[in-house]
Design a protein around this ligand. Sequence first.
Ligand SMILES: Nc1ncnc2c1ncn2[C@@H]1O[C@H](COP(=O)(O)OP(=O)(O)O)[C@@H](O)[C@H]1O
Ligand SMILES: [Mg+2]
Length: 683
Amino acid sequence: MTDEQEKTPKSEDAETSPKERLSTRAMPGLAARMGSTHLTGLPPDVPPPVQDELGTRLTAEAQKVAHPQPARAEGRLAEGTVLQGRYRILGILGSGGMSVVYKAQDLRFPKVMRICAIKEMVNNAPDPRVRALMVQNFEREASILATLNHPAIPQVYDYFVEGERAYLVTEFVPGKDLEAMLNETEGFFPEAQVIQWAIQICDILTYLHTRRPQPVIFRDMKPSNIMLDDQGRIRLVDFGIAKTFQSGEKGTMIGTEGYSPPEQYRGIAEPRGDIYALGATLHHLLTKQDPRLEAPFSFHKRPIHKYNPTVSVEFQEIINRALEYDIQKRFGSAEEMKRALLSLKAARDIPATVHMPAPEAVQPDALKIIWQFTCEDEVRSSPCIYEGVLYIGAYDHNLYALDAETGKFLWKYATEGGVASSPAAEDGRVFFGSVDGSMYAVNAETGRLLWTCPTKGRIYSSPRVQFGHVFIGSDDHRLYAVNMVSGRVAWSVEAEGAIRSTPATGADAIYFGDEEGILYAVGVNGRLVWRFRARRAITSSPVVSKDLLYVGSQDWFVYALDLRAGWVVWRYRTDGAVVSSPTVGGNTVFIGSTDGYLYALDATNGYLVWRYRTGGQVTSSPAFYQGAVYVGSVDGYVYSLDAQTGQLRWRFQTNGPVVSSPRVVNDIVYVGSLDHNVYALPA
Ligand SMILES: Nc1ncnc2c1ncn2[C@@H]1O[C@H](COP(=O)(O)OP(=O)(O)O)[C@@H](O)[C@H]1O
Ligand SMILES: [Mg+2]
C-alpha cells in the first residue's frame, strides 16, 4: 500500500481510545505510518528542510503546523506526581524535540523498587489533524516496540493517555546515552571500544531489518538514541520514527539532519539508510565533530584521521563505505557490515562489552543427528571419547561403551548405583565413580573389571588422571589419590564437605572444591598448599589455565584465583548459582549459570565479553572447539554459539534437560540428555 492510498484518520478512530487501538493494532504491518501524504508528505525531490534545532525533526511543512514548542513550555511533571494511580515520577531521564522521558516507579509492585521509563508527549497542537497525527506517531512507536523482542530494545509495559498527554511506559535502561558520554568524555573513545559498540548496533539492526512480514527501519540512529547500559551493553531507545518498510514506498523526510542519509530526505526509508546513519554516528563518536553542525553529507570532506589520527585506516574504510552517498555502494546489510567490523584487528583487542544476539536470529533447529543411542535412564554424565570409543554413565547404573562414529553399542558395565560421574580414560583403562560409593577401573576395550576402590560416600565427582594416579572426590568428604594400575589408595585428604567438584591438576598440585564452599590446593603428596573460601558450595570443577585457576560457586560468582597463593585475581557475579564448570578458549572463560545464561568472560580481567540467554538453567559445562562453544541447558537444548560474538550458530532440541556437558571430537558433538539419550551431532 502506498501512502497515497492511506486514509486520513477517521473521526470514529479518534473516539477509540489510543490504548484500545494499540491492543488491536499491535502488528508492525498495521502500525500507522508517519509518512502519510495528507499531512506531511513531500514530493520525492524537495530539498532538505531547514534546520531548526539539534533534535529529531519533522518536515519543514509539518513544523509549521505541528511545532511542539508550547508543549515543551507547558511544564514537566513534578517529582512525586503519580500517573494512573500507579507510576510515581522520580525524575527526568532526558528530552528530545517532542517529548520528555521520565524515570518512574511502578507502585503496583509494592515490595520491590520496580523502575520504568515513561515517555510523555504533550499533544496540544491547535490543528486537530496534527494532533491526530501525533497520537498516531506515538501509537506507532508503542506498536512497533510491542512487536519487538530483543534484549537491546526496551520492552513496552504500558501505554495510556491523560488529557493532552500520551504516555509510553517502557523498560528502564540504567546507563547513559552516547551523546551524554560524548559530552562527558575527555579525549576520544578507544577505537576498539567503538568497534565493539558498532558490532552490537549491527546486531540490533540485523534484528530489526529481518523482521517479518516487513523489516523495521529505525530511521533515527544517532548518539542520543543509543544507550550504554550499566553492563556495557548497547541499547537502542527512541522508536518514535521507526517504521515498517514497504518497498518502493515514498513517504516523508524524517530523521535527524546530519545523521540521516540523503535518500531519507527524499522520503525513502530503507535498511541501508540505517547503515548510513550508523556511519554518521561512528564518525561523530570518533571525531567528536557533530554532523548537525556541518554541511549535510560532507563526511568524505572531513576524513576521520584529520581529527583523530589514532583510528585505523581499516575502520575508517568501513565507516566511509557505510557513509556512501549512493545506496548501492554501502554495505548491503548490517550483517555484512558486522562481518567487516569483526575482521578488524582492533576488534579482538578489548572485547569488554556484552553482545546480545537475538534468540531467534538464526533458525538452525533442523540439525541432522549423526546418531542417537538410548539408555535405560537419565544421562547426566558427560561423555569421554577415547580411541574411537565413547564412554558415558547413565542413571540405569551402567557405564556404556559406544562406537563414537556410529553409536553402535559395544558393551556396558553395571555398578550398584547410578553413574553420574563422567568417565576418564588412559592407558587402556576407563575410570569412573558410581553413586554406589565405589570408583571403578575397567578395561577400555572389553569392559572387564580391573579394580574397584570403595569410598564411604556416594560419588558424583569425576575422576582426573594425572601423575599415574586417579584423583576423585566422594560425598564422604575425602579426595582420593588412587594408583591407576593397582587401584590402591596412595593417600586421601579430608575436606570440610562432600566433594562433587572434579579435581583439576596443575604442574605440581591438585585443585578441588567442596560443598562447604572451600577450594583446596593440595600437593602431589596430599599436603595442603592453600585454601580459598567462597560463600557457598563449590560444585563446579576448577580449570587451570596459565597462572590462574577458574571456578564457579553457588554463591553466584565466577572466580579467577592465583594458582600459587589462592587469592582472588578477579571475580564476576552472575545472577544465579554457578554449578557449571568453566572452560577456557583463547583468552575467554566460558561458564554457565543457573540464571539461564552462558557467560563469556575475559580471562585476564573478568570483564563480560558477551552472555547468551538460554531458556533454562545452565548447569552443563561448556565445551570450546574451533571458535565455537557448546553447552546444554535445562530447557532441553544443546546450543552452539560463536565463541567470539555469542551469536547462535545452531541449537538442537532434546526431550529432556541437558545437564551433561558436551564433548567435541573430530567435528562431532557428543552429549547426553535426561531424555535417556546420547546424541552425536555435527559440530
Ligand atoms: N528506557 C529508557 N531508560 C533510560 N533512559 C532513557 C530511556 N529512553 C530514553 N531515555 C533517555 O531519554 C532521552 C530521550 O529519549 P528518546 O526516546 O530519545 O526521546 P526523544 O524522542 O525525545 O528523543 C534519551 O536520549 C535517553 O538519554
Ligand atoms: Mg531521541
